[in-house]
Write a protein that binds this ligand. Structure first.
Ligand code: CTP
Length: 427
């Protein structure tokens, strides 16, 4: 467990830092919130006080954290008058934190950090802290693109400050992007990666993850789809990346923002997903098919919008190709056992038995069975309850957050990778 200073500055994304705070706590870390004056106009300090169960630092001139820590650790009475020892408070916190995370981080604060201006608690803390610094910039895209901001970002990067990309397209080489604050889950993952760099056999390996539904077009505006949100696949991609893997994420159409990936391939239909996955799989160590791929597609989709009539409509659907089964038959796998294949079996009852049969039929290494009839598992919810089925046994996991389920699945993948490395011929 570490103490993390969560700096919140005055950006429209400030509300998202409440979720960042929760995510850090869920991973066992303690958080002290440090808010700038303008941040307090977007979110009330009381919100952070309630969830961190600590005083929130909103000013350089009020006793807060330092007094409380001393009282807790050394039994000192809390210093009564305002301002007492407040001037050295940032030094005390600076010594205790394992990470200074600022999310959202405005152009103004980036500028102050780069220039070494210390005119409030957060900017003083930045100068006093020796802990790693992680910033999640958020601002208007023109501001982000401005030379002044770019220069400041480069200055900070050269000092070892790390960043969580805002939105998509924020490139290390060019620093360009939309400027929207990254998703809380990505910010938490980046913080965790700094706090506990994992020593995983996945480091440097290529992992392909599919996520979300596929949409099979009936005509120019209508389609056949399913309820997959992409959350489980996104959690797997984020966790694989946290373990150091190079991740190709093949995502069907979903409303959720995908996590950062080395290669994000957007697809729409089962056929497009088949092509994208097949392409990536030839260079992959692991392929995880978390997507809910359509089993059927309209046989003759219209390119225009089909007008309705009073007569009933019969839609003829043709089978799609089974991506997982095709990968299971890859000739190279017979010799090397690679890539490791993971499939999902979404069932409404008797999930484990059906998944066992699918695992054998599709020739995959691990089948993850989930009962989507449960209200707390499967589609459109944050949690999942799965059984992981492999040649070496079955592991039934209790209902838990999808990022925890992702970690458990990747633990099993790591076991298989270690076994393959020890004996390259397929078990
Ligand atoms: N899958 C695939 N290609 C398809 C369909 C499914 O790769 N065209 C993958 C899914 O990503 C998932 C697994 O296969 O990993 C699901 O297996 P499947 O037999 O398709 O199960 P369901 O469609 O959920 O169930 P059922 O066969 O009972 O319809």
């Amino acid at each position: 467990m570490s103490l993390i200073a969560l700096g919140v500055t005055g950006g429209i994304g400030a509300y998202k830092s409440v979720e960042v705070c929760r995510g850090l706590q869920r991973h066992g870390h303690e958080v002290v919130a440090v808010m700038t004056r303008s941040a307090a106009r977007f979110v009330g300090p009381v919100t952070f006080e309630a969830i961190t169960r600590r005083p929130v630092i909103t000013s350089q001139w009020k006793p807060g954290m330092n007094a409380r820590l001393r009282a807790e650790r050394f039994g000192e009475a809390s210093p009564e008058p305002e301002r007492r020892r407040a001037d050295i408070e940032h030094i005390a916190i600076a010594d205790q934190i394992a990470l200074l995370l600022v999310a959202p981080c405005t152009a103004n604060v980036i500028g102050k950090f780069a220039a070494g201006i210390a005119d409030d608690f957060l900017s003083s803390l930045y100068l006093a802290a020796r802990a790693p610094v992680l910033l999640a910039p958020a601002m208007n895209s023109n501001m982000l693109a401005h030379d002044a901001v770019q220069q400041n970002l480069r200055t900070l990067a050269a000092r070892g400050v790390r960043f969580v990309e805002p939105g998509e397209g924020y490139l290390a080489c060019g620093w360009i992007g939309k400027g929207r604050l990254a998703e809380p889950a990505d910010i938490v993952a980046a913080a965790l990666a700094i706090l506990s760099p994992v020593d995983s056999i996945l480091r440097g390996r290529h992992v392909v993850v599919t996520a979300g539904p596929t949409c099979e077009d009936i005509d120019a505006v209508r389609y056949v789809g399913n309820r997959s949100s992409g959350r489980m696949g996104f959690a797997l991609a984020a966790e694989a990346r946290r373990r150091g893997a190079r991740v190709t994420l093949v995502a069907g159409p979903t409303g959720l923002e995908p996590p950062a990936a080395d290669d994000l391939v957007r697809v729409r239909s089962a056929a497009e997903m088949h092509a994208a996955v097949t392409r990536a799989a030839s260079r992959a160590d692991v392929v995880i098919m978390a997507a809910a791929v359509a089993d059927y597609t309209p046989s003759s989709p219209a390119t225009h919008k089909v007008p309705k009539t009073d007569a009933p409509l019969t839609l003829t659907l043709a089978r799609t190709r089974d991506i997982l089964a095709d990968l299971g038959r890859m000739p190279s796998r017979a010799a090397s056992g690679m890539p490791i294949l993971v499939g999902f079996a979404a069932e409404t009852g008797n999930a484990a038995a059906k998944a066992r049969e699918k695992r054998a039929r599709k020739g995959v290494d691990l089948m993850v069975a989930n009962d989507v009839a449960r209200p707390d598992a499967g589609f459109e919810v944050q949690t999942n309850a799965v059984t992981i089925i492999g040649a070496d046994g079955e592991q039934e996991l209790p209902v838990q957050a999808k990022d925890r389920v992702a970690a458990a699945i990747l633990d099993r993948v790591e076991q298989l990778l270690r076994a393959r490395a020890a004996s390259p011929v397929r078990a």
